[in-house]
Design a protein around this ligand. Structure first.
Ligand code: PLP
Length: 365
């Protein structure tokens, strides 16, 4: 079996976790949490990091902290992982979905701007760009639009640790931005997230709210409704070990990306995701476009190669069908029906990549 995107635990993970177990620091206190927060924040060129139990809880916390709630609208790309839209829904705000650019598969900023100009006066509070697959949304342009319409920006950078727009890191543009460390991400803590921000007050409040708004460690006095959204030390220990390997992981992901692009170029009607010249992507998960999505998925399955179709567009999911979806040509539907992701794990061997390519090519033979 060739998996899609699995963790590579080849560094100090066992050593650091063993240390947690031997010293008893496995839970919510311990030095690895703050170490991990600092390393991730520094890597993303941000001043502060607050570790959370998941990327989803980080997104929810950021929404909550910005006071987003009932009656507010948040703009979200129509192609994303469900957590982006769910985080908005948890606050009782309404996500409005914007179609994606057919080439980069990121939120279409022309459409976003058009929607804003025709919906002047509607209570739009924030925009959540998602850096889909570690490629990046045009953040300088998005920040400009957001400032003209007075919107908060929360980047869902879950998939984009180590991606840059003109040298500026994904996750360093918005007020508070999120990385996910779920098992399939470029590095993992098993499950977890980090909120990064340059605002000390936000960082302090995020820490406070994520630990049940406890005011004093010795008494049970809580000053507002909080959440149990913190990351535990034993998982942060895995994260610290993973961060030590991140540069080599990104290097390997870029090699996988180059290999597939090179081998699949000109095969049938295959097209690749466009990466703007300003973007240095982390190449997290190789995904391509072909009208033979189904045949390819079946052929790969037969050969025990794990591949996945692209996400269902948000507007097609039962809980969001009533929400507004702004589009001209429904590129989301097209991308969903024609794109698929193929094995991209850091420990993928050349023989395995050759096999994946062979099976894909066989669909046209
Ligand atoms: C784009 C995107 N947003 C949010 C998440 C949620 O992260 P988590 O699984 O850590 O809650 C993920 C990954 O799972 C993701 O890919």
């Amino acid at each position: 079996m060739i998996p899609l995107s699995i963790p590579h635990l080849g560094g100090n993970e066992l050593k650091y976790v063993t240390e947690c177990i031997e010293t008893g620091w496995v839970s919510s206190a311990g030095s690895y949490v703050s170490q991990f927060e600092n390393i991730v924040a520094e890597y993303a060129n941000c001043k502060h990091g607050v570790a959370t139990s998941s990327g989803t809880s980080g997104l929810h916390l950021a929404m909550h902290m910005l006071g987003i709630g009932q009656g507010d609208i948040v703009l979200v790309p129509n192609i994303t992982f469900i957590a982006s839209a769910n985080a908005v829904a948890y606050t009782n705000a309404t996500p409005v979905f914007i179609d994606i650019d057919p080439d980069t598969w990121q939120m279409d900023l022309d459409l976003m701007e058009e929607w804003l100009s025709t919906n002047n006066g509607v209570h739009v509070k924030a925009v959540m760009p998602v850096h889909v697959l570690g490629n990046m949304c045009d953040m300088p342009r998005l920040m400009d639009i957001a400032s003209r319409y007075n919107l908060h920006v929360i980047e869902d950078s879950s998939e984009a640790l180590g991606s840059y727009w003109n040298g500026k890191s994904a996750g360093s543009y918005g007020a508070m931005n999120i990385f996910s460390f779920n098992g399939n991400k470029i590095i993992t803590t098993g499950g977890g997230g980090v909120i990064v921000t340059n605002d000390e007050a936000y960082a302090k409040r995020a820490k406070h709210l994520s630990t049940q708004s406890k005011v004093d460690p010795e008494t049970y006095f809580h000053d507002e409704i909080g959440f149990n959204y913190r990351m535990v030390n034993i998982l942060a220990a895995i994260g610290v070990a993973q961060m030590e390997q991140l540069p080599s992981f990104i290097q390997k992901k870029k090699e996988i990306d180059a290999y597939y692009r090179n081998q699949l170029q000109g095969v049938g009607d295959i097209k690749f995701q466009k990466v703007a010249k300003e973007v240095d992507p982390n190449c997290w998960l190789f995904t391509f476009y072909s009208s033979k999505q189904n045949e390819i998925l079946l052929a790969l399955k037969e050969h025990k190669v794990i591949a996945r179709p692209f996400w269902f567009p948000m507007n097609q999911l039962p809980m969001f069908t009533q929400n507004e979806y702004y589009t001209k040509s429904d590129h989301s539907r097209d991308i969903h029906l024609n794109c698929l992701s193929i094995p991209s794990s850091v420990n993928l061997s050349e023989v395995e990549m050759q096999k994946v390519v062979e099976v894909i090519k066989s669909v046209w033979q």
